[in-house]
Structures are given as C-alpha cells and as structure tokens.
Design a protein around this ligand. Structure first.
Ligand SMILES: NC(=O)c1ccc[n+]([C@@H]2O[C@H](COP(=O)([O-])OP(=O)(O)OC[C@H]3O[C@@H](n4cnc5c(N)ncnc54)[C@H](OP(=O)(O)O)[C@@H]3O)[C@@H](O)[C@H]2O)c1
Length: 322
C-alpha cells in the first residue's frame, strides 16, 4: 500500500510518499481502509521535531521513533483483530488511529466509533483531535454552563470552529475573534458576536467573559485576565510558544501566575476517549456540530496539507483523502 513515511525530522520534503507493507491489526485493533485523514498542527510538530521538548518526551531525540505520521482517521473497517467485539468489516468509522496518512491504518478498538450517517468521511476525519480539544476545553477546562459568556480567539480554525459550535450547543453566549474572510463563517456557525481582528482589538472592550479560549496568545496574560469576570477561566491554548517549549511556555506562565490571581488558570491537553468521540458523533448527527472542511489534498500531497495548517490560517479543517 502507499503511505507517507518520514525517516528524519525536517521540512515538508522529509515526507516521502512510498510503498510500505500493509499493517496487521493486533488482538484489540481494527484495520481501516482510510478514506480521509485530518491534519493537525501536531503533525507539523512531529514532522519537524519542534518544539524540542517533544524529542525529550519520547518522540525520538535525533530521528523520529515513529516514521509513519497521522492520527485522525475516517474510513471503512477492512479487518479486525481476534479480540475486537464492536466492529466488523464494512463498518464506517472515525477516530484516532496510528500512521493514518496511508491507504490503510490500524487503530485501537476503543479509539474508534461509528461514523454518523449523513457525515462525510472528510467531515468525520476532521473531528477527532480538534473536536476532542474543543469539547474538553469548553466543557471540562472552562466548565462553561448555559448563559455564560465565552470568547474564542482564533475561532475559525480546526479547534476554534468546533469550540464555537459546542459552546452554542451548551447554551453559552459566544464572542468569536477571527479574520475578515471568516466573519460570515463563524456567524453562520452560531457566534453571537464576531470581532474581526484586522479592524478591532478584542481586548479594548468593557465586556467581561466567564471564559477565554485563546488559540493565538497574541496578548499578554495580564490583559486577558482583565477581560474575565472575577471567577472567570483562561485557557491559553496556543501551541506556538517558541522552538524549545512551544505551547508548554504558556502552560508554564499560567502556573507562575496562578497563585497571584483569583481568575482560574485552566491550560489543558486534549485526551481522546471513546465517550468523547461518541459525544462528537452525537453532536454531528444531530446537526449541532458541523466540520467545515476548508481544504482537501490527495494523500500524495500530505506535505502540502501539513504546510497549509502550519501557515496558521486554515479555515476549519484541512483533510487528506485516499
Ligand atoms: N490543548 C490541546 O490539547 C490542543 C490540541 C490541539 C490544538 N491545540 C492548539 O490549538 C491551537 C489552534 O489549533 P487549530 O488546529 O485550531 O489551528 P488552525 O486550524 O491552524 O487555526 C488557526 C486559526 O487562527 C486564525 N488566526 C490567525 N491569526 C489570528 C489572529 N491574530 N487572531 C485571531 N485569529 C487568528 C486563523 O484564521 P485567519 O485565516 O482568519 O487568520 C485560523 O483559522 C494551536 O496553536 C494548537 O497548538 C491545542
């Protein structure tokens, strides 16, 4: 089968599109014929080996330990391991797999759920990592409740456009910060107020928010904290914090500031669970959550797809198809 392979860290040209052996599912694993794989900024981090702390965290010091990238997946079950009880060949699924920039990929049974009818493979492939992050950010980190006010900075990208919709499905009032080309989009997705960052600075306001989910972190913590209600929560959620620490830099800062503020510092890391994949499927099936597929690339062009996301201006999700 064809797959994307990377033998070293580096620029997009380290990604080769080549022939490899088809993987065999383990006892509790499912082999999926990949129809679509979502692209995340994490794929850029793993491709380049930056921020460097990732290398220390087990991704491989000089060369990547895992040479076949990609995690988000949607496709059709081709075969199952002996211990698999929830799926059979022919089932349409989505979730988190291993080495999903490929024609076939394995996934643990518990990291997959049924693809809702009416949702395309491309839409389903965009859901896992960004959808889980948005869901856990809004529901668990912000602990948002109906009627509360959420501001999302970076509201038109993968995580942001899901966060706007999930917060609306919970009955929150949402202010979405985005660029001029996406104002209409985030309004259509349900945002109550939209701030175009090219015309207005969202921090120059007397509004107060119960939570801020910030994917950009282009304002100091002190300014963001002033925009919160006295018990409001700040989720600094940008992975862009320099070559060494990346998003870890914002997490560290949050820990340093935490003792000095009554506002809640709530950095978080999304973690895939079957229950939350099922919740995303339920929201998508009911029409409360829609994946905006901003761009698709063929599998052979995965390098360009990852570069597109790394440019920082993806609209909704970028997906590769095979
Ligand atoms: N905590 C976790 O577990 C976790 C998991 C996944 C991702 N993340 C982090 O979440 C962040 C967002 O990820 P993503 O996948 O949503 O990124 P993305 O798809 O690349 O989206 C970025 C969005 O930000 C917008 N943007 C760029 N500059 C802006 C500005 N100055 N003000 C407001 N919006 C701006 C862009 O829209 P325009 O084209 O209109 O500029 C684009 O739509 C990343 O930094 C990532 O590292 C964290």
């Amino acid at each position: 089968m064809k797959a994307i392979v990377q033998d070293m860290y580096g620029d997009p040209d380290v990604l080769e599109f080549r022939e490899v052996d088809r993987p065999e599912p383990g006892e509790r694993q499912v082999l999926v014929r990949v129809h679509a794989a979502g692209v995340n900024i994490a794929d850029w981090f793993i491709m380049t080996g930056t921020p460097y702390f990732l290398r220390l965290a087990g991704f491989g010091l000089r060369t990547p330990k895992r040479t076949t990238p990609g995690t988000d997946v949607a496709g059709v079950v081709e075969a199952v391991g002996g211990g698999v009880t929830r799926f059979k060949p022919g089932d349409e699924v989505f979730g988190e797999g291993k080495a999903t920039f490929a024609e076939y990929a394995c996934a643990d049974e518990d990291d997959l759920v049924a693809k809702p009818a009416g949702v395309t493979f491309e839409e389903a492939a965009g859901l896992p990592l960004a959808g889980i992050t948005a869901l856990q950010g809004v529901r668990d980190a912000a602990k948002l409740t109906a009627g509360q006010r959420l501001l999302v900075n970076g509201s038109s990208g993968g995580v942001g456009h899901f966060a706007v919709q999930i917060a609306k499905s919970m009955g929150a009032e949402v202010t979405a910060v985005c660029g001029p080309n996406n104002v209409e989009l985030v309004r259509e997705l349900g945002a109550d107020h939209v701030v175009d960052y090219s015309r207005e600075d969202f921090t120059r306001t007397s509004e107060r928010y119960d939570a801020i989910l910030d994917h950009i972190m282009n304002h100091p913590f002190s300014v963001l904290l002033r925009l919160l209600t006295p018990t409001g929560a700040l989720m600094p959620n940008s992975g862009n914090g320099g070559k060494w620490l990346g998003g870890g830099r914002h997490r560290l800062k949050a820990e340093v500031i935490r003792p000095f503020t009554r506002r809640r510092m709530a950095p978080f890391l999304g973690k895939t669970t079957r229950a939350d994949l099922e919740e995303l499927a339920r929201l998508a099936e009911s029409g409360q959550l829609r994946t905006v597929v901003g761009h698709t690339y063929p599998l052979s062009d995965t390098a360009r797809a990852i570069q597109h996301v790394a440019g920082g201006h993806a609209r909704g999700k970028v997906v590769v198809t095979s």
